[in-house]
Design a protein around this ligand. Structure first.
Ligand SMILES: Cc1cc2nc3c(=O)[nH]c(=O)nc-3n(C[C@H](O)[C@H](O)[C@H](O)COP(=O)(O)OP(=O)(O)OC[C@H]3O[C@@H](n4cnc5c(N)ncnc54)[C@H](O)[C@@H]3O)c2cc1C
Ligand code: FES
Length: 247
């Protein structure tokens, strides 16, 4: 969890993945979207940031011969580079997708560690035109008889992770996904990052952000969360209830 300095604006720290460890330094790769990232982009090299971390878990490096398939969508790819570096001897296959060419990140760094990524963009400005999950589907179809020889690692937007869950069920592919839920505290106290899993509700900041792909229940509806986050969702649910009874 990171904030730019000790000012209270923005009030809450924001979660970021560790892109890379370099001796005593850590690198973060970020997309400028809002208040904090706009402040970050104007920071100078000697400026001081406030960081709490590392928090939560990371991608497990599985033992054995399974070849890793890494798949990153948009800025979610930032969570995968460090893993790719660690397991490069296993010759990972790396799929990167984004909306457009300028959002395809760090291919230079991947090439420097011997990985030539498979790329797609929604608008076709780089690599194949279409979703990166379509590329993966083609790959899995071709290698269907050898699926147990692969292990999936993924991070990206929700629709991509949902599609990967379907693909992993269809092809019986095992693996792990990193979720990017909104977070307030980052240390397991506020429950703002809770997700529904086959083993009950879990906090993405504490028990995650990495989960086995088959564990997440994507179909959880709003009402499921009302008991868990009474202050936040309960109020909104009540509003929905009163709105529907007023109709
Ligand atoms: C576990 C985890 C790891 C993450 N790792 C990274 C990382 O390595 N690099 C990185 O850049 N981001 C990462 N994120 C997302 C990052 O935390 C948010 O983008 C962050 O909120 C940005 O802060 P901000 O103050 O600049 O924008 P905010 O003020 O929080 O948001 C401003 C506006 O942008 C929208 N917005 C916020 N995030 C996104 C987004 N990702 N895409 C599109 N619109 C968005 C919001 O809905 C809002 O309207 C991660 C999130 C999680 C939970
Ligand atoms: S962010 Fe507070 S519990 Fe996860």
């Amino acid at each position: 969890m990171l904030s730019a300095d000790n000012s209270l604006d923005p009030l809450l720290k924001r979660p970021f993945s560790l892109f890379r460890w370099l001796n005593k330094d850590i690198q973060i790769l970020y997309r400028v979207v809002g208040k904090l990232t706009n402040i970050l982009k104007d920071k100078k090299s000697d400026d001081i940031l406030e960081i709490i971390g590392p928090l939560g878990n990371g991608f497990p490096v599985i033992k054995g011969k399974a070849r890793p398939i890494l798949i990153g969508g948009g800025i979610g790819s930032a969570a995968l580079f460090s893993l790719a570096e660690t397991i490069k001897h296993k010759k990972p296959i790396f799929f990167i997708g984004a909306k457009t060419k300028k959002e395809i990140l760090y291919t230079y760094a991947l090439k420097s560690i011997g990985i030539n990524p498979i790329i797609s963009t929604d608008d076709g400005t780089l690599g194949h035109k279409g979703f990166i999950t379509d590329m993966l589907k083609v790959f899995l179809t071709h290698h269907a008889s050898r699926i147990t020889h692969y292990c999936l690692y993924a991070c990206g937007p929700r629709p991509m992770l949902k599609e990967l869950t379907l693909l992993s069920e269809k092809f019986n592919l095992k693996g792990y996904i990193a979720l990017e839920e909104n977070m307030a505290c980052g240390v397991g106290a506020c429950l703002s990052c809770v997700v529904n899993t086959k083993n009950g509700f879990k906090r993405v900041c504490k028990e995650g952000p990495v989960f086995p792909i088959e564990e997440i229940k994507w179909d959880a509806d709003f009402a499921d969360y009302a008991d868990v986050i009474p202050t936040k969702v309960g109020i909104q649910k009540k509003r929905l209830d009163s709105a529907s009874s007023a109709e």
